[in-house]
Design a protein around this ligand. Structure first.
Ligand code: NAD
Length: 352
């Protein structure tokens, strides 16, 4: 039985990964270490309650004693690090926590894995550390071309800088100690369980309640959108078959400007709910994010050629599935937007 330490899996992508893995693999053990920050929610894991293959541990990836204890207890074959502070806007107002979790947390996991897996001069067989990273580490593209695995790192925001720093440490553990590692760098994900500070769930939730839809700048920033399940499939494939020390870019060849995403959500909700108040008049252009990268685009040729990965869900289908999920999960939305959400929202978008 393969044993995984997965971190940050009460969040968006991680919780989807838990569902994906338990459906795909019969005989696995997932130990899910999550601090339960504002972005982590046990509601996201309700569907696996009672499944003995998933064990939840509340804790911090920076807590060395705890991570060492988990390694001693479970003898992990694979570590997949999803845990992160993940929101660019929050990194602009509070960069320190991004360094703590994203950089120091990664180094702590690497060090604990090294202590547990290094044997004599070599490494115990069959081990793997996988870092879940982002295309944002490459910086911003002009109108042409795509990021490839050899594109130099050129992060701009405190978030992407912390993710790039973590990636460098992962490669340092490979280059210095020979640790078996992979890094995946994925484009923007969308789908169920995403915290409504991110573009798609934010716009769905606001439109449904006839609230204004804050769009940064001219709305022409382009992102490469990937349905979250396709990302989960890529991570599973890289964990299984990625070559040691390699980076794999993951993207959907699905580039869309933000304003197009917002217009699509509005027209879909308008038609589906038959609600005449949902329309483009709700769009409110607000002052742009500081240092806002203009365009991201991924060429996933390497992961396709080496591992046979390709995205299965088109944007047209994925966005409908996503809207339907949020419409059907009003309780979930209410739950995650209780507490400090409104205060944060007002600070973020008022007077912009
Ligand atoms: N969302 C995207 O579009 C996207 C794209 C590419 C890469 N990524 C990367 O994927 C990973 C997951 O992203 P997400 O969108 O699911 O993020 P998220 O914010 O939804 O979830 C992050 C999770 O990490 C947990 N966490 C935060 N700090 C922690 C700590 N110190 N110790 C333990 N747990 C902690 C949170 O409680 C939460 O459950 C991140 O590493 C992110 O950089 C995200």
């Amino acid at each position: 039985m393969k044993k995984y330490l997965i971190t940050g899996c009460a969040g968006f992508i991680g919780s989807n990964f838990v569902y994906y893995m338990l459906k795909k693999h019969e005989d696995i053990q997932l130990v899910n270490l999550d601090k339960l920050t504002y972005a982590g929610n046990l509601e996201n894991l309700k569907g696996v309650e009672g499944d003995a293959r998933h064990i939840f541990v509340q804790g911090d990836v920076c807590d060395k004693a705890l991570v060492q204890k988990l390694f001693a207890q479970y003898d992990f074959d694979c570590v997949i690090n999803f845990a992160a502070e993940s929101h660019v806007d929050r990194s602009i107002t509070n960069p320190e926590i991004f360094v703590a979790t994203n950089v120091m947390g990664t180094v702590n996991l690497l060090q604990c894995a090294k202590e547990a897996w290094q044997q004599g001069g070599g490494w115990a067989p069959g081990k793997k550390y996988l870092q879940v990273s982002t295309d944002e580490v490459y910086g911003s593209l002009g109108a042409d071309g795509f990021f490839t695995e050899t594109t130099p790192l050129c992060p701009h925001s405190p978030y992407s800088s912390s993710k790039a720093s973590a990636d460098l440490f992962v490669m340092a553990y490979h280059d210095t100690y020979g640790m078996p590692v992979n890094i995946t760098r994925c484009s923007n994900n969308y789908g169920p369980y995403q915290f409504p500070e991110k573009l798609i769930p934010l716009m769905i939730n606001n439109a449904k309640h006839h609230k204004s839809l804050p769009v940064y700048g001219d709305g022409m920033n382009v992102r490469d959108w990937l349905y979250v399940e396709d990302h989960c499939k890529a991570i599973d494939m890289v964990a299984e078959g990625g070559r040691d020390g390699e980076v794999y870019n993951v993207g959907g060849h699905n580039e869309r400007p933000n304003i197009f995403i917002v217009q699509t959500i509005l027209s879909q909700l308008h038609d589906q709910l038959g609600d005449e108040e949902i329309g483009e008049n709700l769009i409110q252009h607000v002052t742009d994010r500081l240092g806002h990268d203009r365009r991201y685009g991924i060429d996933p040729a390497k992961i396709r050629a080496e591992l046979g990965w390709y995205p299965e869900t088109s944007f047209e289908l994925g966005i409908v599935k996503t809207i339907n999920w949020y419409l059907a999960h009003e309780d979930w939305m209410e739950n995650v937007t209780s507490g400090n959400y409104q205060k944060y929202y007002d600070e973020m978008y008022k007077n912009r």
